[in-house]
Write a protein that binds this ligand. Structure first.
Ligand SMILES: Cc1cc2nc3c(=O)[nH]c(=O)nc-3n(C[C@H](O)[C@H](O)[C@H](O)COP(=O)(O)OP(=O)(O)OC[C@H]3O[C@@H](n4cnc5c(N)ncnc54)[C@H](O)[C@@H]3O)c2cc1C
Length: 436
């Protein structure tokens, strides 16, 4: 069986950026032999949330390459030039392209690496390949769409699998009910619904706000309850000093703070990324609700300080027990459709790596995103997008993707068995590391 120098799991923006960095940055005489494995049949970036009017929440300059190499042929500007839209884009006077356009850019970038991406294969586990008492390679097991299993051997692994939909327990208990749709499969799921009259949207982040507005436009006769635990809908803070937490250099600062301080920073800046829609969409929602009231048709409601404590699937709808956190009172609500804007968890890498647990300890990552291992474990395992607790809030976003890919590429190049740990200064500071 062929041994790959590098196996990438997932081919979303993080690993596409890595493919670009590997292409542009490698200085060795022999480029690393690389294969990426992606479970979707073709490149797709959060396709079920490509809504009309949705736009990027980050400057197009934080694309897959610019911050690492502005001269790259894989920048957003280069894409626009190739598509013949560069001047027209300039006339738009925006830093924030539509998500449709950015999706097309990402797919365009990914298309250059078709020869090294296996689409339609889901990685189901990573196993140790043991020789003379040492783990010399990793064995990556995948399942194809026809159920067939396949295995590949690798010297290094980069895991960029993104998040897994976070479904609150009360809704998970309902199983697969077409009347409950998580945002991650919204476009597919909503197509099955013709005329829902009562709709609940759970959560108060950007996705929930976008879903609220999409449902409002799609079903003009429906009444929509936006149900949230918080006191109100707060806008994301994208003012310039706060935005500095998403700078690539800020990763160094975060990584080298003591763990307690780092956790305090994450709490302090949490709303810069989570549960905080753009001000513009908040104002639109407010206006829609106000105009309904002014016409005496107040159908939509923002249920602040409410928590769904129970959900029950009945013939005539999904029954929710809505717990008012201020009064402790519970009111029942019946909905034809419940849409979850409840975000994502980032634990999938742990499940995939479970068979390697004896060599990985507490899953501590170094500054170059490499997991620390015991001395008997030779392969390098790198994580993209699963290091928020150690590398900061930018880790799950596109903000540092270009620069991080360059850092991982450099670490991969330096990771021949003889140089691997000598070049890694952060291993001498284990107290600063954090669990991934
Ligand atoms: C609706 C939405 C909008 C967003 N908008 C922005 C934005 O404007 N700006 C921003 O900075 N961030 C945004 N984000 C955050 C998002 O995390 C990043 O944009 C980006 O997707 C991160 O890239 P990634 O490659 O790490 O993860 P992902 O994009 O999630 O890609 C991971 C890939 O791994 C694949 N995969 C997962 N498990 C397996 C497996 N077992 N085997 C094989 N393949 C697997 C998946 O199919 C997927 O293609 C948004 C997120 C969402 C949900």
């Amino acid at each position: 069986m062929q041994v790959h120098d590098l196996i990438g799991i997932g081919f979303g923006p993080s690993n596409v950026a890595l493919a670009i960095a590997l292409e542009e940055q490698q200085s060795g005489t022999r480029p690393l032999s690389t294969i990426f494995i992606e479970k979707q049949p073709a490149f797709a970036w959060h396709q079920d949330m490509l809504l009309e009017n949705s736009h990027m929440q980050i400057s197009f300059l934080k694309d897959l390459a610019t911050l690492r190499n502005p001269a790259s042929r894989f920048t957003f500007i280069s894409y626009l030039h190739q598509r013949g839209r560069l001047q027209d884009f300039i006339n738009l006077k925006t830093f924030f392209p539509s998500r449709h356009e950015f999706h097309d850019y990402l797919a365009w970038a990914a298309s250059h690496f078709e020869d090294r991406c296996a689409y339609g294969e889901e990685v189901i586990g990573v196993l140790p390949e043991i020789q003379d008492g040492e783990v010399s390679l990793v064995r990556v097991r995948t399942r194809l769409r026809n159920g067939e299993l396949r295995e590949r051997l690798g010297r290094n692994l980069v895991i960029g699998v993104g998040g897994t939909p976070s479904i609150p327990e009360v809704f998970a208990a309902l199983g697969h009910d077409a009347r409950v749709i998580h945002s991650s499969r919204y476009v597919r799921g909503i197509a099955e619904h013709r005329d829902p009259r009562r709709i609940a949207v759970i959560g108060a982040g950007q996705s929930s706000a976008e879903l609220f507005m999409d449902l409002h436009g799609r079903f003009p006769a429906a009444s929509i309850d936006l149900i949230m635990r918080g006191y109100t809908i707060r806008p994301s803070d994208n003012s310039p000093f706060v935005n500095e937490v998403f700078n690539a250099e800020y990763v160094d600062y975060v990584y080298h703070r003591p763990v307690d301080e780092r956790n305090a920073m994450l709490r302090s800046y949490w709303h810069a990324n989570y549960a905080a829609p753009d001000l513009e969409i908040i104002e639109t929602i407010y206006k829609v609700c106000y105009e309904q009231r002014a016409r005496g048709e107040a159908r939509h409601h923002i249920l602040r300080r409410h928590e769904v404590r129970a959900a029950h699937a009945a013939n005539d709808g999904i029954q929710l027990n809505l717990h008012d956190l201020d009064t402790d009172r519970v009111t029942p609500g019946r909905y034809d459709l419940v849409v979850l804007g409840t975000g994502y968890e980032r634990r999938h890498h742990r499940d995939l790596l479970a068979p390697l647990a004896p060599w990985l300890g507490d899953m501590v990552v170094d500054r170059n995103y490499r997991l620390s291992t015991t001395a008997e474990f030779q392969p390098g395992i790198f994580l993209q997008g699963a290091c928020e607790s150690s590398h900061g809030l930018s880790d799950t976003l596109l903000s540092v993707t270009a620069v991080r890919s360059g850092e991982i590429t450099a670490a991969l190049e330096a990771s021949s068995p003889s140089t691997r740990y000598a070049s890694d200064a952060s291993r001498s500071k284990p107290a600063l590391a954090a669990q991934a």
